[in-house]
Design a protein around this ligand. Structure first.
Ligand code: KAW
Ligand code: ZN
Length: 577
């Protein structure tokens, strides 16, 4: 669904009219805090405040063009024909273990998407910044950050990130060690960075798809969920029913009839669509939809739960006035979307739904499980943090079209400790290869989500009377936990997020501690594994990239060694004779 330019303009007219009417009240002095908050939302109309409708038209058209490029992108490979991101390219990135094939897909996708967006994105930034000035913001990033209602927001997320960094650094060092064993250390730059295409994910944002290369204890329990799903003939509808069942088990409502009738759950074959998953509230208290090109994999099963989490939030705040039907802040909506994943993925729960035969009780299996979780939840942190570091810098004007890609890779190298496997220039526009850049969806919400979901998980498990370690807690079937969660959800955005946080956890701040506690046993184990490693990486990107010629040199070395060996054997043979 993309809002047509006409309806964008009409909505802007409506918002302006409403804001004008509301301004005739001295609402700043209202005694009723809720009413005051509602009026503040009526007058806060973002881009619609501009007096130049050409700006709004440009914003709307450019966003449509950019997402159009993203959804039409195709990569043609000699061996496999022409593929789109979902499912074709994603399948290869997930499953291939060939350095060369991964590289072809990684580069191909960036050539087919981001690279074509550069000039349009430059215009897009200009138009948004011009329009948002009418709302009194210096730039679009400042406007986006205002949704968090925290003057120290930038500093707060930095502090959280710094608290979590040591855990990420240990995970990174362990993964690097194992990937060097797999791909050969010649392919890794001296700076300590890991080539970005080896993580089983197009953006190196979550790494659990290469869990098979990294299993700590191969002998202990660990399962291949995708394989199990295929074995049990899972289909798309079943996946949504499994997710619905989880939410209902904690006392949430079932999906509405309109949900099942109107959602787009599989990729249509007759047209290009935006396949990036999303959830939609049509604000009539009944029509809620998911749009997702669902395929039968473990990743997708988690995404199904994620999107349905958004729907459950919609359902719980549907009684609120229209302008309060939103998350307490954007990070809360995403946190709600992911909270179930922490229960759902436990071995205890996998057994309940028949995707695991036996719940292991030994500590080796525990480490296996925690590593798997860390590959999603810890690996993501720097990525979730850096996307909007880049965008805030662009909106602020510190980064412009002459150094878009340079700054992007500076951040990727510095925070994630990964590097591009081929040379990048300002011809490329690698940010555009990630959906949320053309889609113009802010990203810091996911970083916030990954922090707060652990706070909530801890609080809900306490509420549920859980006695197991936090990482083995499953709130399935527990209506006490569900009720607690609902207390927060039903508030929508009618109160500041600190109130919503307090409703669940009893505290009014974000905290990295529950996440750190959750992974504590793994951190100890990782440190032990990394004793002989130089953990970390240099702050800036490697100046030279191990290229195919280095690869050739690698094979040349191998050639020489084999030749020497053969000659030795040959001479030894004659010696003996
Ligand atoms: C992630 C990835 C894998 C597994 C778990 C994960 N949790 C968070 C992520 C990161 C992120 C990503 O893929 O990079 N996840 C998503 O983008 C999921 C899509 C969404 O559900 O967050 C979606 C994004 C979107 C927003 C607006 C238009 C189109 C897409 N958000 C929503 O649909 C949404 C709807 C209403 C309220 C809040 C969010
Ligand atoms: Zn989401």
């Amino acid at each position: 669904v993309h809002m047509t330019t006409n309806s964008t303009l009409q909505m802007a007219e409506f918002d302006k009219e409403a804001a004008k009417n509301a301004s005739t009240f001295a609402h700043d002095g209202f005694g009723n805090a809720t009413l005051k908050r509602l009026f503040k939302k009526i007058v806060n109309i973002g881009f619609a405040a501009t007096n130049d409708s050409e700006q709004l038209k440009a914003i709307s058209n450019l966003e449509a063009d950019l997402t159009g490029i993203y959804s039409k992108g195709k990569v043609c490979l000699e061996s496999k024909g022409c593929l789109q991101l979902e499912p074709g390219l994603t399948d290869i990135i997930t499953n291939s273990r060939s350095y060369e094939e991964l590289l072809a897909v990684w580069k191909g996708w960036r050539d087919a998407s981001g690279k074509l967006m550069r000039t349009k994105y430059t215009d897009f930034v200009k138009a948004m910044n011009a329009a948002i000035k009418f709302s009194g913001f210096n730039d679009t990033g400042e406007y986006w950050r205002s949704w968090y209602e925290t003057p120290t927001f930038e500093q707060d997320v930095r502090t959280l990130f710094e608290e979590l960094e040591p855990l990420y650094v240990e995970l990174h060092a362990y993964v690097r060690k194992r990937l060097k064993e797999k791909y050969g250390k010649d392919m890794f730059p001296e700076t300590g960075h890991i080539p970005a295409h080896l993580f089983g994910n197009m953006w190196a944002q979550q790494w659990s798809n290469i869990y098979d290369l990294l299993v700590p204890f191969p002998g202990a329990s660990s399962v291949d969920i995708t394989a199990k799903m295929k074995e049990q003939n899972y289909n798309v509808t079943h996946m949504y029913r499994v997710a619905e069942d989880f939410f209902m088990s904690i006392g949430m409502e079932k999906m509405t009839d309109a949900f099942w009738q109107n959602s787009m759950l599989v990729k249509p074959t007759d047209r290009d669509v935006v396949c990036h998953a999303s959830a939609w509230d049509f604000y009539d208290e009944n029509d809620f939809r998911i749009k997702q090109c669902t395929s039968v994999t473990e990743d997708q099963l988690l995404t199904v739960h994620h999107e349905m989490g958004h729907i459950v939030y919609f359902q719980n705040y549907r009684h609120q006035p229209r302008l309060f039907r939103g998350g307490a802040n954007p990070g809360f909506h995403e946190g709600m979307a992911d909270i179930v994943s922490l229960s759902f993925q436990t071995p205890e729960h996998m057994k309940v739904i028949g995707l695991l035969d036996e719940v292991p009780q030994d500590s080796d299996s525990d480490i296996n499980f925690l590593l798997k979780m860390a590959l999603d939840k810890v690996a993501f942190l720097p990525f979730g943090y850096l996307i909007d570091q880049w965008r805030w810098s662009v909106f602020r004007g510190d980064t412009n079209s002459s150094n878009y890609n340079q700054h992007w890779w500076d951040l990727r190298c510095r925070f994630q400790g990964i590097s591009s496997p081929v040379k990048r220039t300002e011809e490329d526009f690698d940010p555009g290869a990630k959906y949320h850049i053309p889609g113009n969806t802010p990203y810091i919400r996911y970083f916030v989500s990954f922090v707060v979901q652990f706070q909530w998980h801890e609080a809900l498990c306490r509420e549920a009377g859980n006695t197991r370690p936090l990482h083995r807690c499953d709130i399935y079937n527990n209506t006490n936990a569900g009720n607690k969660l609902r207390e927060m959800l039903r508030m929508g955005s009618s109160k500041p997020w600190q109130d919503a946080m307090e409703a669940i956890t009893g505290q009014r701040t974000m905290s990295a501690k529950p996440l750190v506690n959750y992974f504590d046993p793994l951190l100890k184990w990782l440190k032990e594994q990394n004793k002989e490693e130089n953990t970390g990486w240099s702050a800036s990107c490697p100046s030279s990239i191990p290229t195919p010629s280095a690869l050739a040199a690698g094979s040349a070395n191998l050639f020489i060694s084999i030749t020497c060996f053969v000659l030795c054997v040959f001479f030894a043979f004659f010696q003996i004779r």
